[in-house]
Design a protein around this ligand. Structure first.
Ligand SMILES: [Zn+2]
Length: 311
């Protein structure tokens, strides 16, 4: 088992480059690890695959909250190679103890778990259940296709409801939200009001993965709007926005409006303007979200999924 794991990790490190990973300082206790959104570049393969099309092409940022010698890593990124880089960078800054919190079960957020196999990996009960249910498919590369994640290192601790952690004296609130994926977990940092939103919010648009549950997602978007925060940092967004103070509540409104428009447009081509640029023109011109052309493909996929979703 150990030798298979080692081989797999070595293969992963050879296949996936981290040379476009950008480390960004987001405050005295927060680092971002941003990769992708690099013109003309793919990280894994020219063929369609989850790592490039769901992560690298759109841009993906995971985070670490740190204080003293302790760090809490929020998602393990696109590959074991990425997660090892993140761990090395934190170690170089004097971090000695690591914990991981997973934002949800999707592959671009859990692929690097093996780099933290000796650490506590925390996830919601729902995330654990979804990972367990899909473990064999994920490890074989048969869930969303290649690359497989083998071995899939499972969470070691789970929770339900809201939970608070202490990271070297800093309080971190884990706040579940049923948006984008039923097992979403966001992190709120009371010391400066930052909300790490995982994939509950995304710039340019949300990636629809549960088309039959969008009305539930809308309800939790309403709930989220009532929270007070100083900035929102999503996992998929524009690097300049993330480093430039983050997003505000208008990102929540833009997401709700987009989902409502998708539901209205489903199966009704007359309501479908030709492209994303027109579909959300008001929110683009208001600056709530920023246009990024690869989201046109996400938008087309979203329209298809919603139009063909059962019930
Ligand atoms: Zn994602």
């Amino acid at each position: 088992m150990r030798s298979i794991s080692t081989l797999s990790s070595q293969a992963d490190c050879m296949l996936i480059s981290t040379d476009t990973l950008r480390v960004v300082d987001l405050g005295p206790h927060l680092l971002g690890f941003y990769d992708g959104r690099v013109s003309g570049r793919r990280a894994f393969s020219a063929e369609a695959n989850w790592l490039d099309d769901g992560g690298y092409t759109l841009g993906i940022c995971s985070y670490a909250i740190y204080c003293g010698h302790h760090a809490l890593v929020y998602d393990t990124h696109l590959s074991v190679a990425h997660a090892r880089r993140i761990r090395d960078i934190l170690s170089q800054r004097g971090i000695e103890t690591f914990r991981v919190v997973l934002s949800h079960w999707h592959l671009d957020h859990i692929a690097g778990n093996a780099a933290f196999a000796d650490c506590e990996i925390i996830a919601s009960d729902a995330t654990v259940e979804l990972l367990q249910h899909n473990k064999a498919l994920i490890e074989a590369g048969n869930l969303d296709g290649a690359p497989p994640i083998f071995p899939l290192i499972m969470p070691t601790r789970s929770f339900s409801g809201e939970t608070t952690l202490d990271v070297g004296g800093l309080r971190v609130d884990l706040k579940p939200l049923d948006i984008h994926s039923r097992d979403g977990v966001t992190l709120f940092l009371p010391h400066d009001g930052t909300l790490l939103a995982g994939d509950t919010l995304e710039d340019t648009i949300t990636y629809v993965d549960e088309p039959h549950r969008l009305t539930v997602h809308l309800r939790d978007l309403e709930r989220m709007r009532d929270w007070s925060f100083s900035r929102i940092l999503p996992n998929h967004g524009a690097l300049e926005r993330i480093t430039g103070g983050g997003y505000d509540a208008s990102l929540i409104t833009a997401t709700s409006d987009y989902v409502e428009r998708l539901l209205r447009a489903a199966g009704n081509p007359a309501l479908q303007p030709g492209d994303l640029k027109h579909f959300i023109a008001d929110h683009l011109s208001a600056g709530a979200v920023t246009y990024f052309a690869p989201y046109e493909a996400v938008h087309r996929g979203n329209l298809d999924k919603v139009a063909t979703a059962p019930g």
